[in-house]
Design a binder for this molecule. Structure first.
Ligand SMILES: [Fe+2]
Length: 176
């Protein structure tokens, strides 16, 4: 009974908050729905890729250990910054950002990795994962371009450029 009351009170509060956002941002409910959906998916994918890249930073064994260890560190640092911006954009649109690994694993299109020590395999995985995110982002950009949410559109385009660069960098290490 108490739980039901708390949930309905929370939903009322959330609705009020969202209505305020709609008014302030001059967006429709549909605009916000589309933007938040694609931002949550992007958050999940970037979160899983960040954890995976940090795992690679710790566990890589390769002739080029020092270079790859540093490269993976640079990559996951960029991803952590991106995740923060995505989550904050979701908040600006009046929704709460899913912050748990469980939520990210539920929404992601990427596969987690447990055992991987080979530098080449890691680079291949990062290249493929970034290409997957690029494909998802292109579709998301197409959807958001049909709304009035130019702020999210611009943000998604900057994320696209970042993942294109990350894919290029990982791929360039693979050339013999
Ligand atoms: Fe480190």
């Amino acid at each position: 009974m108490r739980k039901t009351f708390q949930r309905s009170a929370w939903l009322t509060f959330l609705k009020k908050d969202q209505n305020k956002v709609l008014k302030i941002m001059h967006l429709t409910k549909d605009d916000i729905h589309i933007s938040v959906k694609v931002l949550k998916e992007l958050l999940a994918n970037a979160h899983v890729l960040s954890v995976k890249t940090q795992n690679f930073h710790w566990n890589v064994e390769d002739m080029r250990f020092h270079m790859l260890h540093a490269f993976f560190s640079e990559q996951y640092t960029l991803l952590i910054e991106e995740i923060d911006e995505i989550a904050e954009r979701i908040r600006m649109l009046g929704e709460y950002a899913p912050g748990s690994m469980a939520a990210s694993l539920d929404l992601t299109m990427l596969k987690e990795v447990t055992y991987c020590h080979d530098g080449k395999e890691m680079l291949q995985q990062l290249t493929e994962d970034n290409h997957t995110i690029i494909g998802i982002l292109r579709k998301s950009i197409e959807h958001v371009a049909k709304t009035q949410d130019q702020g999210t559109l611009d943000f998604l385009i900057s994320c696209l450029r970042q993942h294109e660069k990350m894919a290029w960098m990982a791929k360039s290490h693979l050339k013999a």
